[in-house]
Design a protein. Sequence first.
Length: 175
Amino acid sequence: MHETKQRSTTISTRCYLSYAATAVLLFSSCLIGCERRVWENSLDSPDQLGLAVVDALNQKNIEKLNELRVQRKEYLSWIYPAFPKSNFPPDFAWSNLNKKCNVGMRRWINRYGGLNLNFVNIRFGKPTESYKGFQLLRGTLLTLKNSEGQKLNLKILGSVVQKGNRYKLLSYDDG
């Protein structure tokens, strides 16, 4: 009888530990998954972002260019609220930014798309601005080399958003 009770207690303890481990695993994966959804398609460094932009230009891939920038939900949920108060409603601000980006992406694909450009570096010529939960790296200058080896300094990108140790474009210049 004592042995049966002990075996039952052992099984109950194992089940409890198994349930606890499963709960911790599910909670952890939710946190990882939730963060990924919030900051989907972000990259590890500005250089990775610059390289991804150049790859998308070389492939004439406007969808990829679009993925590299902040999306509507991100902008409205944590970027816009952190900016200084504006007289413009959030959806209006997003609509203007989105329009500017769409014009810029098409313009840069038409001008530089398919030219077999090589990434050299990405620099920021203006001071970084800090906001609640993120920073804006400003004055973005993308340096590339064309197939003849000539360097091109392009001001085709807007600010870069840094959240934690992840990076994404805020916008494309519509210049």
